[in-house]
Design a protein around this ligand. Structure first.
Ligand code: APR
Length: 229
């Protein structure tokens, strides 16, 4: 029986694919006021700006490919029963071949009905236009969890974290809850690995910091994890 490996990823794992992080130097929240582009109030007040923000990021996503960090995590699936819980809205984990990916904050390649959130559509192209409607005739919106909205996927994510035999945190500042709280649901004492050039605060025992970028850091992570098969 393979050990359960859970990977909590954030924007940092996609940084080497050319996608901006949020809180690093030059990150998205340095360029945009998050309340203007990533909240339901912003969407009500200025849908053009919000839609442009997500179109720009979706266009970039359509032009980006996974990096060694994504592919390295996919390789771990041969030795571990691996689940990725990601805060990222890109699908680079899936494109790299990862099978079990749970998105906490939504998916950039998808849009949904503003009349019925269960009506979700995958976009063929990067551009969503105001006026693009769902089958019920209501405006489509990005399938993203905006600030102030609930994170329904946490219901599924918490038991996954609780059952982890090994927990990896990669490319996240652990600044945003409830996602950041997942590490605290892990069983006391299980091995925790953090891959990040800056060390986010992880108040748990048995934590190994690999203070490198994902591309390099995942190579070292694989070496360490192979000792735990
Ligand atoms: N490899 C690994 N880690 C990296 C790299 C890299 N190449 N580059 C940056 N990092 C690290 C940074 O040191 C930082 O700890 O990635 C982390 C990025 O942190 P944030 O920009 O805060 O991104 P994230 O933690 O994913 O943000 C969480 O905040 O705005 C919301 O919904 C948004 O999902 C996002 C959430």
């Amino acid at each position: 029986m393979k050990k359960k490996l859970v990977v909590l990823s954030g924007a940092g794992i996609s940084q080497e694919s050319g996608l901006k992080t949020f809180r690093d130097m030059g990150g998205l929240w340095e360029q945009y006021d998050v309340t203007q582009v990533a909240s339901s109030e912003a969407w009500e007040k200025n849908p053009e700006l919000v839609n442009r923000f997500y179109n720009e990021r979706r266009k970039q996503l359509f032009e980006s490919i996974p990096n060694a960090g994504h592919f390295g995590i996919t390789e771990l699936e041969q030795w571990f029963d691996t689940t990725i819980i990601t805060q990222n809205v890109d699908d680079l984990h899936e494109i790299a071949g990862s099978k079990n990916v749970l998105h906490l904050h939504g998916e950039l390649r998808k849009v949904r009905s503003t009349a019925n959130p269960k009506l979700i559509y995958t976009m063929k192209d990067w551009e969503l236009k105001l006026g693009d409607k769902c089958e019920l005739g209501s405006q489509l919106r990005p399938h993203i969890v905006w600030f102030g909205e609930a994170v329904p996927a946490m219901q599924e994510a918490i038991p996954i974290a609780q059952e982890a035999d090994i927990f990896v945190v990669i490319g996240t500042s652990l600044a945003v809850y409830p996602a950041a709280g997942l590490v605290n649901y892990t069983s006391p004492g299980i091995p925790i690995f953090v891959v990040d050039p800056n060390a986010p605060d992880v108040y748990r025992k048995n934590v190994t910091f690999i203070q490198k970028k994902a591309g390099e850091g995942v190579k070292e992570l694989k070496t360490e994890l192979k000792k735990l098969i």
